[in-house]
Design a protein around this ligand. Sequence first.
Ligand SMILES: Cc1ncc(COP(=O)(O)O)c(C=O)c1O
Length: 400
Amino acid sequence: MAFLADALSRVKPSATIAVSQKARDLKAKGRDVIGLGAGEPDFDTPDNIKKAAIDAINRGETKYTPVAGIPELRAAIVAKFKRENGLDYTPAQTIVGTGGKQILFNAFMATLNAGDEVIVPAPYWVSYPEMVALCGGTPVFVSTKQENNFKLTAEDLEKAITPKTKWFIFNSPSNPSGAAYSHDELKALTDVLVRHEHVWVLTDDMYEHLTYGDFKFVTPVEIEPKLYDRTLTMNGVSKAYAMTGWRIGYAAGPLPLIKAMDMIQGQQTSGACSIAQWAAVEALNGTQDFIPENKKIFEGRRDLVVSMLNQATGIVCPKPEGAFYVYPSCAGLIGKTAPSGKVIETDEDFVSELLETEGVAVVHGSAFGLGPNFRISYATSEELLEEACKRIQRFAAACK
Ligand SMILES: Cc1ncc(COP(=O)(O)O)c(C=O)c1O
């Protein structure tokens, strides 16, 4: 009898964590490495949020909380959905988890049976297919195209739906491409979904507040109220409020699903950290002034990176609407010989040669299900981004 569970054979470790670790290892050996792999803002959590956590500790808010979250946070979530998305939920229709990750995992755990299919547009956030597989479901990948700015078309969605489809995962702005769907682009997808009543929608709105220019964020139920009874709208404080380490995510959706997720969480982690929940109350209810300030900084970085990458030989970089990632193609370098003498056959070869030669850590596109591309996280200073892009230009020019 094998000791480890069969389920383990269905998952692989996170490629993004592996790249960050490789960059750390090289740095420890004294190499000058610029890490552009991490998916977290480089800003500190705003002071008003930190203070709310300190106040919570001093008030003794240090005990177990209700599994689905403290009433104050569930009320703040209800208010957030109404204020920002025009959506009506009751507190009972909300749930707080230990990061957005736990929300997603428990939604799959609560609903997937063997053979159930989950549509995952590619490129995708690395954890979606692994979570689906761990929970016994089957991820069904639908590739997008760079010429469509990595956005799924209605036709491709329609073709992917089968009688076994349980969920469609939607993520806009996207990790890893940064692509965000406009009202009309999303309406084309919701028109398809309305016709397939057995398909549920899991919308991951984690990057809602990180969109640039005059782009207007929209979420599926806002556009198509008919999807209200079969959509789980997930969000969190990690990215918009620079709170990745606090581990608070949340969702709202139909009561029976929320109750099932609550039951699973009750036998798992129980309520999220009490102090972090109080910090999240302040994040959602308090001043939002730093959001436009941070957006401006991210937008400047995006423009810098897109412009510099498009000046590199063999690299083509679309300009995404949101998040803090770009997802350029390195197709023009496939088949060329790197300065080390190695022929670049895949995007994985490209990123590993780039790291060895120039000390720039990025993540290969095949880890996100679509290549030959690579993902750059621009959540770091302009100075470092400029230096990293110069190195990428030099590396690309040296490939013959
Ligand atoms: C698209 C997407 N969804 C969800 C998450 C998870 O967020 P959290 O840190 O709240 O678990 C991430 C984090 O990288 C993400 O990129």
